[in-house]
Design a protein around this ligand. Structure first.
Ligand code: ZN
Length: 506
């Protein structure tokens, strides 16, 4: 039984800092996987990317949301999140990270879905210095909790597009995660900063409509200290040296939920791997990373090829991971869009064996969770179920350590509660991962492997770039495979007692 041959590709250092100095992770991938021994090479050739020439994302999802402007997106699990009355199409964030804290401006291009005499944004902490709407000073603004209430000088009419610019500064504060042990938001470390925001930490570093119902494209211009590096989502469109720092422009040209927006800054090296098709692969590695780390990241190209075959074209321009300085009691990972964050301890023994599975899980989220986002947070099983199913199925069939895999079946006799109707603290409960994955596995064994993958691709094709509900998934299953298949999925989602996994079809 030979090992899967990994497409290691050459890794090239793009930009370096000036010094050289599940149940385990948040996403709880399980079991072990050995890693490639494929040799990799590095180069110290520094270069910057060519600005994009292809057409930016052109499809703006139609919305029928005509609720009046309010301080809530209407999510029953987290009613404080998001707002209504408008749709943000684009965020332009300018972040100066030099010195302590942030000095920033955020320009939101939004369309009014209701008359906006005033409207709400989400912002946690930080000091707002000034707000303009279409270049005119706002008549007024006020703060209350995470709500920033803006009153334009004149009402924004339904259907009108406005540019809202907020100048702000301060030290971002971490906020408690209702479902986990680590804080959410913008992390400052001695040599780096990074973002872990899911589900409600996006507003700790920029004013936002902080709910995955309202996705938007992003331009992030980040200024860092001389010699430091900034890596954001999407593609590096420009990099310029300033007299006392370096400016990076990262562009996310496909819609992104605010909880998936992220930046890492500091003593990183921007390391490139050979592209897979049109997908650029670049990682943000702490300066001084070792060859073992690069070996473990070589699996990225293989994963991209396999998942593209299963789920359809990779939905974004780039992919990579950022290895960040956080050591939770358990290793931690988060699927920030095109730049998954992995905790540094994931690459330490004995957790190193998990690294490949974690990478599979986070990459799968780029289709499931990132491209197709949850309409409400209680649809989270659609994120974690698909990502965990992909992780397991890859590990059992393709991973370097697949001989040791025990299979998803081992969870079928455990009793995981329903996937809907849970409190906020259960958002990342183990059942969202395992019962979620078993739900999809039960469907796969019922309708067959290839029809199941075709269903996955249809799901991504229909709802990519937007957000979707559990009911949307039921409807698609019924449309393609009839009411009995839908009933099966509904039982797996709703029944108090978890159903039995059907036998594998021969
Ligand atoms: Zn996950």
């Amino acid at each position: 039984m030979g090992r899967t041959r990994l497409v290691a590709g050459a890794l090239a250092l793009l930009v370096g800092a000036c010094t050289t100095s599940t149940e385990q992770a948040r996403d709880r991938p399980t079991s072990t996987a050995s890693t490639s021994t494929e040799p990799t090479t590095t180069s110290t050739t520094a270069r910057t990317r060519t600005p994009p020439t292809t057409t930016p994302w052109a499809t703006t999802p139609a919305t029928t949301d005509t609720r009046p402007a309010s301080d809530s997106a209407g999510d029953p699990l987290f009613p404080g999140l998001g707002n209504s009355g408008y749709d943000v199409e684009h965020y332009e964030l300018h972040l100066d990270t030099r010195g302590s804290g942030l000095t920033a401006t955020a320009t939101l291009t939004l369309t009014a879905l209701a008359p906006l005499e005033r409207f709400n944004l989400d912002l946690v902490g930080l000091t707002v210095d000034a707000i303009t709407v279409d270049g005119n000073a706002a008549a007024d603004f006020s703060r209350s909790g995470r709500e920033l209430v803006v009153q334009p000088a004149t009402t924004i009419a339904v259907g009108a597009t406005a540019r809202v610019t907020i100048a702000y500064h301060g030290e971002p504060e971490l906020i408690d995660d209702p479902s986990g042990p680590v804080g959410l938001g913008w992390y400052e470390r001695s040599e780096q900063s990074f973002v872990l925001a899911e589900p409600l930490g996006g507003a700790t570093w920029f004013p936002a409509n902080d709910h995955p119902q309202d996705k938007a494209t992003f331009d992030l211009r980040i200024i860092v200290e001389p010699g430091d590096v900034a890596v954001g989502p999407g593609i590096l469109a420009a990099r310029s040296e300033l007299p006392d720092g370096t400016a990076y422009l990262w562009q996310m040209r496909q819609p992104m939920a605010t909880y998936l927006a992220s930046v890492v800054t500091g003593r990183f090296d921007l390391v490139e791997q050979a592209p897979v098709g049109a997908t650029q692969i670049r990682h943000a590695l702490p300066s001084g990373y070792d060859a073992d780390t690069i070996e473990q990241l070589a699996v990225t190209a293989d994963l991209l090829t396999i998942f593209t075959d299963w789920f359809g074209p990779y939905p974004f321009d780039s992919y990579g991971v950022a290895i960040v300085d956080i050591r939770a009691s358990q290793a931690l990972a988060l699927e920030n869009q095109t730049l998954s964050v992995l905790s540094v301890d994931l690459f330490d023994a004995p957790l190193a064996d998990f690294a490949a599975r974690v990478q599979a899980h986070e990459l799968a989220h780029q289709w499931f969770g990132n491209h197709v986002s949850p309409r409400r947070w209680d649809d989270i099983w659609l994120n974690e179920g698909f990502a965990t199913w992909a992780e397991y199925h890859w590990a059992e069939n393709h991973s370097p350590g697949r001989e040791q895999e025990q299979g998803i079946d081992r969870y079928q006799n455990l009793d995981y509660g329903p996937l809907k109707g849970f409190p906020p603290e259960d958002l990342f409960d183990t059942r969202m991962y395992r019962r979620g994955a078993l739900t999809l596995e039960a469907l796969r064994r019922t309708i067959g492997h290839e029809p199941f993958l075709a269903l996955c691709r249809a799901w991504v094709e229909r709802f990519g770039g937007t957000s979707a509900t559990t009911q949307d998934f039921f409807d698609l299953v019924a449309e393609r495979h009839g009411s009995s298949a839908q009933d099966l999925v509904r039982s797996w989602v709703f029944d108090e007692v978890m159903p039995q996994l059907p036998p594998e079809q021969s």
